[in-house]
Design a protein around this ligand. Structure first.
Ligand code: SOE
Length: 388
């Protein structure tokens, strides 16, 4: 017998849409005891022209223009925080104090201090919680995790991540406002470090273990932009590009690159891990494929026959691949939105006694520590250690 899980989503922008879709779809594709019901969605009064059609399109039962009202409602079990980063802290803490289950979009917070307070609040309240680092649930990335955990690449030497886009190259792109708050440091906390590298760091620590120390360089190419809300030209305070070197606890070395000025790149989120016995490579612009280089047999550690050594392009759509038995027949692909559905399917399973969902807020706090260390390193021009 399905149990209603009454959802209140805070935010009706890009992530509000991705999450609303995922809550609507998850029961269609995964057998879970909980059946999400879209109860209420919050948006600002000034954005009513977006909020009302949004609520109608996704079938929300009601709208609220005060986010605290959604949290106070007795007919809402779970609060899903999809508002700009500056609001995450207060929304998550209020939701935890009200005893709600809490979901939060990445990055968890504006900085480590906020993130620590959020973790303390959810842990004190004892409420289930998750942070939406959706790329872990791209089947090809989950398969990379499986291959690494099976010992197939052996001792890792190098971890290489890029996360590049090109949508802010024009000096005419404003900062701030509903669409471009990611360019306003007061609202986003940071630029590509919190927005894009947070994804790369979460995936990297999941696949390759903790990062011990970093040294970083950041650049802001366009120093001033019109602010969409004030109409005035204001200083740009975000990092437009960030590159950093990392040393992992397992002794491997990492390079991370992120920019919004990589002409031609839209959502070029790649990773490569080179190990003693093999390697994996993934590119989000080719999301169904995991490339795997087989060098040695994982059981005996010996080189496989010369004529079979090489990169395999695994089309990750078979029933035996992560998540794919819940989708279509082999060869039929899934997309970006499904990574959120897969995430909620795992989160519901964890509410029903399944494996604990990761990343929860405590794990996302680690990612926040690495992001803050990266920004500190860039500012001070030195290596910064990340506490274990
Ligand atoms: C930024 O453009 C952005 O929308 C990120 O905020 C998302 O987290 C990323 O997955 C896609 O790009």
């Amino acid at each position: 017998m399905a149990k209603e899980l009454r959802i209140g989503v805070l935010g009706c922008g890009f992530m509000g849409k991705a999450h609303s879709n995922a809550w609507s779809q998850v029961s269609h594709f995964f057998d879970r005891e909980h059946k999400p019901v879209l109860k209420a969605v919050y948006g600002r009064k000034e954005d009513m022209d977006k909020l009302e059609p949004f609520a109608r399109r996704w079938g929300y039962e009601s709208i609220e223009t005060d986010w605290r009202k959604v949290i106070e409602r007795d007919d809402v079990d779970l609060i899903d925080v999809c508002v700009p980063n500056i609001m995450h802290h207060d929304c998550v803490i209020a939701a935890a104090e009200a005893g709600k289950i809490v979901v939060c979009e990445k990055p968890l917070a504006m900085n480590v201090q906020e993130a620590e307070e959020m973790v303390a609040a959810v842990e004190k309240a004892g409420v289930p919680n998750m942070v939406s680092f959706n790329y872990r649930r791209v089947p090809a990335i989950s398969l990379a995790k499986q291959i690494i955990d099976e010992g197939r690449i052996g001792r890792p030497f190098h971890y290489r991540a890029t996360y590049n886009q090109d949508y802010t190259i024009s000096t005419k792109v404003p900062q701030g406002g509903l669409a471009l708050w990611r360019l306003d440091a007061k609202v986003a906390g940071s630029g590509v470090t919190g927005d894009l590298l947070a994804h790369s760091i979460d995936t990297a620590e999941w696949l390759n273990g903790p990062i011990q120390k970093v040294t970083a360089y950041t650049e802001t190419f366009v120093k001033e932009r019109v602010h969409a809300e004030t109409g005035k030209v204001e200083k740009v305070n975000i990092d437009d590009a960030c590159m950093f070197l990392a040393v992992f606890a397992n002794g491997s070395l990492g390079t991370f690159e992120s920019t919004r000025y990589a002409r031609g790149r839209k959502n070029y989120n790649t990773l490569e891990v080179n190990g003693e016995n093999g390697a994996v490579f993934f590119d989000l612009e080719d999301p169904h494929v995991l490339q795997y280089f087989r060098y040695a047999d994982p059981d005996i550690g010996k080189k496989i026959e010369d004529h079979l050594t090489g990169w395999q392009r695994i089309h990750v759509t078979n029933a035996e691949h992560p998540y794919m038995k819940n989708w279509w027949v082999p060869g039929c692909t899934i997309g970006y939105e499904h990574t959120f559905i897969n995430s909620f399917a795992d989160f519901l399973a964890s509410l029903e006694g399944g494996p604990k969902f990761q990343p929860d807020m405590r794990q996302a706090l680690r990612t926040q520590r690495v992001c803050d260390a990266v920004l500190q390193s860039a500012k001070e021009g030195r290596w910064v250690e990340i506490p274990a």
